[in-house]
Design a protein around this ligand. Sequence first.
Ligand SMILES: NC(=O)c1ccc[n+]([C@@H]2O[C@H](COP(=O)([O-])OP(=O)(O)OC[C@H]3O[C@@H](n4cnc5c(N)ncnc54)[C@H](O)[C@@H]3O)[C@@H](O)[C@H]2O)c1
Length: 456
Amino acid sequence: MNVAVIGTGYVGLTTGTALAYLGHRVTCVDKDTAKLELLCRGRSTVHEQGLEELMALSGRNLSFARQTQEAVKDADVILVAVGTPQKSNGEANTQNVEAAAREVAEGLEKGRLYCLAVKSTVPVGTERQVSQVVRRVLDARGVEDKTTVMVVSNPEFLREGRALHCTFYPDRIVVGAEQPEDADMLRRLYQRILEQSFDPPPFLPRPGGYNLPTLVSTDPTSAEMIKYASNAFLSLKISFINEIAGLCEKVGADVTEVARGVGLDPRIGPGFLAAGLGWGGSCFPKDTAALLAIAEEHAYTMPIAAASREVNFRQRYRVVEKLQETLKGVRGRLIGVLGLAFKPATDDVRESPALDVVRILVERGARVRVHDPVAMDNGRRALEGLEVEFFRDPYTLASGAEALVLATEWPQYRHLDLARLAGMMRTPVLLDGRNLIDPEEARRAGWTYMGTGRWV
Ligand SMILES: NC(=O)c1ccc[n+]([C@@H]2O[C@H](COP(=O)([O-])OP(=O)(O)OC[C@H]3O[C@@H](n4cnc5c(N)ncnc54)[C@H](O)[C@@H]3O)[C@@H](O)[C@H]2O)c1
């Protein structure tokens, strides 16, 4: 099929490249010319494992363009994957989606059939809004009755850091369409994924025991709600274990043991039970805020979703408070923060808990040094204007420091030489915000170790 993907961020570039690899002819569009320039040279604009290799493997099936109007002309399916950032009142800003829909409609040809799928995470009712935008533009062009556009909702569930894995081996594909037959184009688009009838990329073998994904064909509003409910539930799981972690610290239990025991119950499951600094990134914070905004619009309260956010953001302060207690204040102290990305395997720092910890520390008068294996550039941009020193090497960062905060669970931090690192410190205080380091090992290496929910 001919496919146009509008927006080449984490979602658009991953999806477009995967579909090109599967044999579709894909044009990825972005209005950011700097991004386009890199993409046209075969370089990925996001740090996502395997993406650049897959772009190369996709060969001529994958191309890039600046103009949506041009790219959609020959398309059968158009996927909208533009950003939907949070507004100040918590709502998701759908301006990019509406603009993209307008630009798409301006390029559609008379007499053709198109499927326009919204992949961006959008408030319920957006599919209707997009349909209206498209109809208005087609009407103004005088082609409304001669062009058929099926607008469907196709929420995305990929996880940054594992984006290609999630795309080739999804748990489910959700399609929300007014008429069930409107989902057929997407069924065809994803057929090879649904049937797993493709040769896996050499670096991404099909996981053993992987079951074929379910196509959840539903109405658009339910599809839009599935996305928000999924993220709200996952974020809730993490906040729940963080709440338990706080009590573990009071009573002397180890939350990693508690999570293991709890997660073995198949009704609960082991995922998303890691206590620590809490969730961040471009999805959970904004999607939970958007869910609450939708509820408010309907005069409905959602105390569970609200509490999940409250517990989450409190974690960032708790880390600093523990440091203040141990160091007897952080003002004037030299503190190193390991990790800036909101989670490992990505360079994304949007809403990263690590950045908030840095900001709170600076606010409270600490001198802060930071390190991240891949997110230094994005971190530098996000922390612009703040007095923070960036280090390329954790050992140099530790030199003379009075405490280290481990803020992102990069696997390379697990392999740090703890004794050498402790030897560089003025006072070897380690606040493990991700429970990555073995407490006993850290103590043997000379650290005063504090984890999350295991501060015994
Ligand atoms: N990142 C994730 O892990 C993830 C997962 C699931 C869903 N989502 C959702 O998918 C959407 C995209 O997320 P992302 O992280 O890929 O965003 P992103 O910010 O990384 O990328 C969005 C891209 O869209 C481009 N863009 C904006 N308006 C445009 C327009 N009119 N025409 C062409 N290009 C345009 C921007 O230049 C940018 O490159 C969001 O709604 C997000 O909530 C994201």
